[in-house]
Design a protein around this ligand. Structure first.
Ligand SMILES: OC[C@H]1O[C@@](CO)(OC[C@H]2O[C@H](O[C@]3(CO)O[C@H](CO)[C@@H](O)[C@@H]3O)[C@H](O)[C@@H](O)[C@@H]2O)[C@@H](O)[C@@H]1O
Length: 526
């Protein structure tokens, strides 16, 4: 399939916009080493297992010079089912991965059905441990501990399950199938270790807090660390500090005047988070804003991205984030391909200067994949026009584009009823013209433009400020009917009068990721 990359301004079928928009673009074609004629949709940016089903990233850590990625994997099928194991891969650079033997497989009464998600903690003395959810013979979710067989092996190839597992069982009043996915532990100044476990009770999603002096014996805190009455079951919670003073990451146990905390939970198919203050003395997390359980909540990503997990990378003093992308294919497609799911390219994550949201970008190691660069400077784009980025194969490309808008006074007024960005992006899709927008990128476009994925912006005039809407319109991503073509969207916290609207997009035939679409000129930061 010939695919092309376009910069596009105005509605895609007609020319309506008269104001010129300035654009700058850098596109890098990337090396591809996992695709073949038989498997054209495999990706090199993102992590994939050689075959079969994968879901959540687990147990992430940096240990003795090696990055470890464990993940939920079904060795028997391209679909989810019983018998889930912890698959294990290692890397020196977060780009090239080596697949090792499974770290944890169902084998004991406390995990005989499946080894579900969990996290790693590196204990003092550089001693890694894993906490994970086992599905026992009664399909109860219990929490288990595993330790490396040989700590001197930097690849941590073999793991031993603790003889006294399970170490935590569903507490009274919690349904045994609503109790899973323990986090990385953090240690308070009192020496106690703490973890949270995702749960749901009486219509409340929650992070149940446990404490331990020795990591083996855990007791439940009287109250959860945090609950939210408007969410579903909390899967894969993540709780970590971010620095208010720099973009550096901090260890999960750090708690001081220069940190804020992030509470992230996966529910309703998305990864939501809130920022707030961790009051260790109260054993409570106090959010700046409550979760509304709606598309108004902050998300780690506005596309297909779930069950993410972060960890502190001590090698480069940064916090890294992995997340599962479950793609759009049907079950039949997955069976035919023989695989399903990928881990999105790792991202660095930090707190925005405003203190109100997180910022992400792909880790710098992605540059090692760059092959051929194409740059366009000071490009004037008129309404209704498209600019084809030539000399580049658009099937695997890393694009950075910045848009400069000249006269915003004429922007359309923002209707106060437009509160849901995803609905707004669907209603005002890429073929609906406006004054400032749609403008953006047409990726994976066929020459006749019948198939294309539009990643675009609109700017509206709000009461006191301009409002920037960002959309990923997948309604024309495929001519096939049976694939998911959801349109995603988000409002961006930027002022287009003073900042260029910048967009970073990783395009790969089967996936477009723009988490990094946080439209700040990140140059200001580095
Ligand atoms: O509660 C057991 C019962 O629920 C089902 C159906 O809802 O699956 C539960 C969730 O399983 C997956 O959850 C996660 C998050 O992705 O993946 C891990 C398992 O591989 C688990 O530890 C995580 O919570 C799935 O992605 C979610 O959508 C499901 O809700 C059913 O399959 C189970 O028998």
């Amino acid at each position: 399939m010939a695919t092309t990359l376009f910069l596009a301004i105005g509605c895609l079928c007609c020319a309506l916009l008269s104001n010129g928009i300035g654009a700058e673009l850098e596109a890098s074609q990337s090396r591809s080493f996992t695709t073949s004629r038989a498997q054209p949709y495999r990706t090199s940016y993102h992590f994939q297992s050689p075959r079969n089903w994968l879901n959540d990233p687990n147990g992430l850590m940096y240990y003795k010079g090696v990055y470890h990625l464990f993940y939920q994997y079904n060795p028997h099928s391209a679909l989810f089912g019983d018998g889930i194991v912890w698959a294990h891969s290692v890397s020196y650079d977060l780009v090239n991965w080596v697949h090792l033997n499974h770290a944890l497989e169902p084998s004991k009464p406390f995990d005989i059905i499946s080894c579900w998600s969990g996290s790693a903690t590196i204990l003092p003395g550089n001693r890694p441990v894993i906490l994970y959810t086992g599905i026992d013979a009664n399909y109860s979710q219990v929490q288990n501990l595993a330790i490396p067989k040989n700590e001197s092996d930097p690849f941590l190839q073999e793991w031993v399950k603790f003889s006294l597992n399970p170490i935590i069982v569903p507490p009274k009043g919690i349904e045994p199938d609503n109790f899973r996915d323990p986090t990385t532990a953090w240690q308070g100044p009192d020496g106690k270790w703490r973890i949270i476990v995702g749960s749901w009770k009486n219509d409340k999603g929650m992070a149940i807090l446990y404490q331990s002096d020795d990591f083996f014996h855990w007791s439940k805190s009287e109250q959860p660390l945090f609950t939210s009455s408007k969410t579903g079951m909390w899967e894969c919670p993540d709780f970590f500090p971010v620095s208010t003073e720099s973009t550096n990451g901090v260890d999960t146990s750090i708690l001081n005047a220069s940190t804020k905390h992030v509470m992230k939970a996966s529910f309703n198919s998305h990864d939501y988070y809130v920022l707030g203050t961790y009051k260790l003395e109260l054993e409570r997390f106090l959010p700046d804003d409550d979760l509304a359980g709606s598309s108004m909540d902050l998300r780690l990503d506005y596309g297909k991205y779930y069950a993410s997990k972060s960890f502190f990378d001590s090698a480069k003093n940064r916090r890294l984030l992995f997340g599962w992308v479950n793609e759009s294919d049907s079950t039949e497609d997955d069976i035919a391909k023989g695989w399903s799911g990928l881990q999105a390219f790792p991202r660095e994550i930090w707190l925005d200067r405003s203190g109100k949201q997180l910022i992400q970008r792909p880790v710098e190691e992605i540059k090692t994949l760059r092959d051929k660069n194409v740059g366009v400077k000071s490009l004037g784009l008129d309404g209704g026009s498209t600019y084809e980025v030539s000399d580049i194969t658009a099937s695997q490309v890393d694009v950075e584009v910045a848009f400069e808008l000249p006269r915003l006074e004429e922007a359309e007024p923002m209707d106060p009823n437009w509160i849901d960005p995803q609905i707004l992006c669907s209603e005002k899709n890429a073929s609906v013209s406006g004054k400032y927008g749609p403008f953006g990128l047409l990726a994976l476009a066929t020459e006749d433009l019948r198939e294309q994925t539009a990643i675009f912006f609109r700017v509206f005039r709000g009461q006191n400020r301009y409002v920037v809407l960002m959309c990923s319109d997948q309604s024309r991503s495929s001519l096939r009917n049976e694939v998911d073509k959801t349109t995603y969207g988000a409002f961006l916290d930027i002022d287009p009068q003073v900042e260029k609207i910048s967009l970073r997009t990783l395009v790969r035939l089967s996936a477009i990721l723009w988490p990094l679409a946080v439209a700040l000129s990140s140059d200001d930061y580095f």
